[in-house]
Design a protein around this ligand. Structure first.
Ligand SMILES: Cc1ncc(COP(=O)(O)O)c(C=O)c1O
Length: 442
């Protein structure tokens, strides 16, 4: 590929670094300009295949599609904001009705907000109100957001929590990360030592289970490294929670909205939760969060929770149009995600067979990742090699994002064409080959 032009990008980055508070910018310095479908372009006109969906947001293609954008535009000409938690409006209600049609039976209450963190804040607050209990359980390696309440649940990187603790009402336990089992055991022989640990330690030595309000889970850990639990894990966990009437909160912010081929990623594990949270893709490129509760939990007292922008009319109009498209194409979409996911996974597994540094391949549907390691013997994470692969892919026209300590996520739009997938995977493999000292097979 010809060397990319960078002058306009560099100029924006220079101005940005002077004025903006630091966040989590990727080292390759992509400066967005426009995009559609599988492709996105930077301000210098360089073209990239998108394997990031801009952090799991553009599930329906980069910049969604014309009819979704038209729905937002025509609502903008009528009224954008209506203070939906104070005054009534039809659009957000219509959206919530459609959203609950994708939920398991008995889910009929929705709170609309502006982000994943806000959806999780609401879930935690509601569960405490419903249960009248104090503690929340969450996983190490979890990512649930960056505002104070959800930050207490997040434990994937200590820098995110620095100087903000203590978080006295949250207890963390190990996630079932079988590739690096914290108990050094192997599934299924382990008989779920990680669940035994929860029973024997936090729930007997630290707190009485009757004081625990909720357990929040990611069905597939996202920022933590795209970690997929064993098939029966959540069934076992659900049994434990039911035994103590602990509310099961399922954070579908990254894994949900058809990403795994099912509307909710938890469906892959054959269990239902009591509260679901969603964000990212549901807003069709705009900020939106949703907290959906089971009817049998009841309702919260009037006045105990609200916001200014939740249920914004223009956002609800685009979100509704997007969800309507999913409803109409549901069966076709499901099978296409599963089919494309299998194609990608097979190709990644071939890379694992060929290059020693590809230690693990995991994921469901089009939520996939590879874990980059130093060698198969030690399985030591190789974050520098991971960065080199991502940078190299960028210079060849593929956008990738890291996850966890040394994984690379592969999350193209769900609408991606098979030829874009193939092109992207060729670029990825080229980058792995160039950064690989040792090939198992040549
Ligand atoms: C699983 C999960 N929950 C919550 C969040 C927080 O979402 P937001 O950045 O919209 O606050 C994220 C963000 O990456 C996430 O992946």
């Amino acid at each position: 590929m010809a060397k990319q032009k960078r002058s306009k990008s560099e100029a924006v980055i220079k101005r940005d670094k002077r004025i903006m508070i630091k966040t989590t910018r990727e080292p390759y310095g992509f400066v967005a300009d426009h995009g559609e479908g599988d492709y996105v372009y930077d301000v210098d006109g360089n073209e990239f295949i998108d394997f990031t969906t801009f952090i799991s947001v553009y599930n329906m293609g980069v910049n969604t599609n014309q009819s979704i954008r038209n729905a937002t535009k025509s609502q903008m000409d009528k009224l954008t904001h209506s203070a939906f938690t104070d005054f009534y409006a039809e659009k957000p209600v219509e959206f919530a009705e459609l959203l609950t049609s994708f939920m398991p039976a008995g889910f009929g209450r929705v709170f609309l907000s502006n982000s994943g963190t806000e959806a999780n804040e609401a879930a935690i607050k509601f569960s405490k109100i419903f249960s009248k209990r104090i503690y929340t359980l969450a996983f190490y390696n979890a990512f649930h957001g960056r505002t104070k309440g959800s930050l207490a649940l997040t434990a994937s990187n200590s820098v995110q929590r620095a100087y903000n603790g203590p978080f006295p009402d949250t207890i963390h336990v190990p996630y079932p990360y079988c590739y690096r089992c914290p108990f050094k055991q192997t599934y299924p022989d382990c008989g779920f030592s990680c669940i035994d640990y929860i029973k024997k330690f936090p729930l007997s030595k630290e707190v009485n289970p009757k004081e625990v309000s909720a357990f929040i889970v990611e069905p597939i850990q996202g920022e933590g490294g795209y970690i997929v639990p064993p098939k029966d894990y959540f069934k076992e966990l659900r049994k434990l929670l039911d035994q103590h009437s602990i509310i099961f909160i399922d954070d579908e912010v990254q894994a949900g909205y058809m990403r795994t081929g099912k509307f909710l990623a938890l469906e892959n594990f054959g269990v239902t939760a009591d509260i679901y949270t969603m964000a990212k893709s549901i807003g069709a490129g705009f900020p939106m969060g949703a907290t959906i509760t089971k009817n049998s939990l009841g309702n919260i007292p009037e006045g105990s929770h609200a916001n200014t922008f939740g249920g914004n009319l223009a956002i609800a109009a685009g979100a509704y149009e997007q969800l309507k498209q999913i409803k109409h194409n549901h069966t076709k979409m499901k099978s296409s995600i599963v089919r494309k996911g299998l194609v990608v996974k097979k190709r990644l597994e071939q890379m694992q067979d060929t290059y020693e540094m590809v230690g693990d391949v995991r994921g469901i549907g089009l939520m996939l990742a590879i874990e980059i390691i130093k060698d198969r013997g030690s399985k030591e994470p190789a974050p520098k090699k991971r960065e080199n692969i991502i940078m190299d892919s960028f210079s060849e026209g593929l956008l990738l994002l890291p996850a966890g300590e040394s994984s690379i996520r592969i999350i193209p739009p769900l609408t991606v064409s098979e030829s874009s997938l193939r092109k992207g995977l060729d670029i990825l493999e080229g980058a792995i080959r160039r950064n690989s000292k040792l090939q198992i097979k040549s």
